[in-house]
Design a protein around this ligand. Structure first.
Ligand SMILES: NC(=O)c1ccc[n+]([C@@H]2O[C@H](COP(=O)([O-])OP(=O)(O)OC[C@H]3O[C@@H](n4cnc5c(N)ncnc54)[C@H](O)[C@@H]3O)[C@@H](O)[C@H]2O)c1
Length: 284
């Protein structure tokens, strides 16, 4: 092998890796699904990280949902366990990291996937709902990271990867004002953490999904028409699947993304790029 083709020179990273995440310990928040039989972004991510060789701690406030994900992973020969808890609670987040350390001795990947929706403008929004969205979507990510970062810094060599789940609603708001604001904060949090923890070998990136067909979306009911609208809102004319999000997360969590930190990976089939169907003809 010539020097130019050496995996050590940074160009051919992962050339001889059997799996992207072999031996890593990952924590995925909201790793269950809102509906037991469904697959959300967190569940797809947990399964894909396990397929890449990671041991996965599936955290969810609904134990049955976390256990369903663990069962899927174990059925495929992977290693996972379920942790019940609300990640807006500081004590839960501390206990979550402690449990992963006790079981597997390290933590090297954290996926902050928990998030809830909201509708309406600031005029329509209630203070209670605003606070709840900020608490679940932003505070939870601060708290899980508060405990995961020291664990990653204690790795030998120090390091890890954190992937936060934002949304294209942060980039292209559409009457989901509290949600959009919280997801914008997730992007700022990602960049701030990337700066703060680079010296500890920790990369922090963010995935901004477009419309993805998950239980969070269809639990409330979605017509075929609405689904068509979602498909047509993308350049590729397809609707996102939770596996699209999981694949993006697995990449960012792996060494293949070793030169990426503080970035927002938009996974939306081109929804945010799509302009009017017809060229307005004035070059604008
Ligand atoms: N589905 C989409 O179209 C879409 C688009 C953009 C971004 N996202 C983001 O993707 C992430 C996951 O969304 P999803 O659609 O897969 O959701 P989902 O509702 O299917 O799954 C979320 C899981 O998180 C759990 N959870 C919620 N609050 C929790 C808490 N406080 N503590 C612990 N667990 C908790 C739920 O029990 C559920 O199992 C969210 O951050 C969401 O904002 C989704």
């Amino acid at each position: 092998m010539t020097d130019a083709m050496s995996p050590d020179n940074g160009f051919v990273v992962g050339h001889e890796e059997a799996s992207l995440l072999e031996g890593r310990v990952a924590i995925v928040s909201g790793g269950g699904s809102a509906l037991d039989e469904g697959v959300g972004n967190g569940k797809a991510t947990a399964v894909l990280l396990a397929r890449e060789g990671a041991k996965v701690m599936v955290v969810d406030r609904r134990l049955a949902a976390a256990e369903a994900t663990v069962a899927s992973i174990v059925a495929e020969g992977g290693d996972a366990f379920a942790f019940e808890g609300d990640v807006t609670e500081e004590a839960t987040c501390g206990a979550m990291v402690a449990a992963a350390l006790e079981r597997w001795g390290s933590v090297s990947v954290l996926v902050n996937n928990v998030g809830i929706g909201s509708r309406g403008s600031v005029v329509e929004e209630s203070v209670e709902s605003w606070d709840r969205v900020m608490r679940v979507n932003v505070r939870s990510m601060m708290l899980t990271s508060k405990f995961a970062v020291p664990a990653m810094a204690a790795n030998e060599p120090p390091g890890g990867a954190i992937v936060n789940i934002s949304s294209i609603s942060a980039l292209r708001p559409r009457n989901l004002t509290a949600y959009s604001t919280s997801k914008g904060a997730v992007i700022a949090l990602t960049k701030a953490m990337a700066v703060d923890h680079a010296s500890q070998g920790i990369r922090v990136n963010c995935v901004a999904p477009g419309p993805v067909y998950t239980p969070m979306v269809y639990a409330a009911g979605m017509s075929d028409e609405a689904r068509d609208l979602r498909r047509n809102s993308s350049l590729l004319k397809i609707e996102g699947s939770p596996w699209d999000i999981g694949n993006a997360v697995a990449f960012l969590a792996s060494n293949r993304a070793r030169y990426l930190t503080g970035q927002v990976l938009v996974v939306d089939g081109g929804v945010t790029l799509r302009g009017p169907d017809r060229d307005p003809g004035n070059g604008s």
